[in-house]
Write a new protein. Structure first.
Length: 301
């Protein structure tokens, strides 16, 4: 964005559509975690995760607004366009997750036993959490790559999908550690290796794009990413076949949820979550592969 407020301040950072969306993000985020901290309350890992999401996103958004308003981002040795696009997509995913989790676990219609005041604060926090998600999704919509536009890689469909793929992999890892019995068979361990390998390489691709170091590599980065995406599709196809067989086939696992399985601590539930998100990530990698044929990497934006 060009500076309209003199040589030192960039007023477009707060007056452009993207700037307004970021100001709303800052306002909604601050309001959400303030309502929860003041009276709404939170507990256990779910509540802690929601508070982390809101405070983390608020802090990074303030940092982005400050850097763009003062032009300090030009002093950072990163690709600013890639960084802001990647964060906006990550914040969208994190905020929608928190916007679902918090009301699901902490909001109730009745006042007993928490009291009407606490209930009202929790409902208000849930509303602002939803507005926060809309604000981040709006930024992704505004900054995404348009057809024929030269832009940062992370703003393209392929770049945004990289963030979603890594986020879905984190959900899979969460289910894996929740007593999924993934060490029961060697074939299931292969699936874990697939999830881990693809997650690590995807994070490396994002890291190189955000740091703007792709041009310094001795090999063609864009071609390597396409080759990797094709390999990831093949690896996820194998996992999408192997995991359900060794979890839900009667010869190795259970096609139905055991009746005596405790809620929240049932390996079958974790295995089902992993199976579902394996197919989700497979679809994401297929779409990524299709779009990666049509883009060009720009490392310096």
């Amino acid at each position: 964005m060009e500076s309209t407020g003199g040589p030192y301040l960039n007023t477009a950072a707060v007056t452009s559509p993207v700037g307004i969306a970021r100001l709303l993000q800052m306002m909604f985020g601050c309001t959400t975690f303030s309502l929860v901290a003041h009276q709404g309350g939170f507990s256990a890992a779910y509540g802690t995760f929601c508070m982390f999401v809101w405070t983390f996103c608020f802090a990074v958004t303030v940092f982005i607004i400050t850097c763009e308003f003062t032009h300090l981002h030009s002093c950072l040795s990163i690709s600013w366009g890639n960084f802001t696009a990647a964060f906006a997509m990550l914040a969208t995913l994190m905020s929608v997750t928190a916007a679902v989790i918090y009301p699901l676990y902490f909001v109730q219609l009745g006042c007993y036993p928490i009291g009407c005041e606490v209930r009202d604060f929790r409902i208000a926090a849930s509303v602002f959490a939803g507005l926060l998600f809309v604000a981040y999704a709006t930024e992704v919509f505004l900054t995404r790559a348009k057809p024929g536009q030269v832009t940062s890689y992370m703003a393209t469909v392929s770049g945004l999908l990289k963030i979603v793929q890594a986020f879905v992999a984190c959900i899979i890892f969460g289910a894996l550690v929740n007593d999924s019995q993934h060490s029961k068979y060697v074939a299931m361990q292969w699936c874990v290796a697939v999830y881990s390998f693809c997650f690590v390489v995807t994070v490396v691709v994002v890291a190189f794009s955000v740091t703007g170091k792709t041009a310094l590599l001795w090999f063609p980065f864009e071609r390597s990413v396409v080759v990797y995406t094709f390999g990831a599709v093949l690896l996820y196809v194998s996992a999408a076949v192997i995991w359900p067989v060794f979890c839900f086939d009667s010869k190795y696992g259970s096609p139905r949820r055991p009746g005596l399985c405790a809620k929240g601590r049932c390996p079958w539930d974790s295995q089902l979550v992993i199976a579902i998100f394996t197919y989700v990530n497979l679809l994401l990698y297929v779409v990524d592969l299709a779009y990666s044929q049509r883009i060009r990497f720009v490392s310096h934006l």
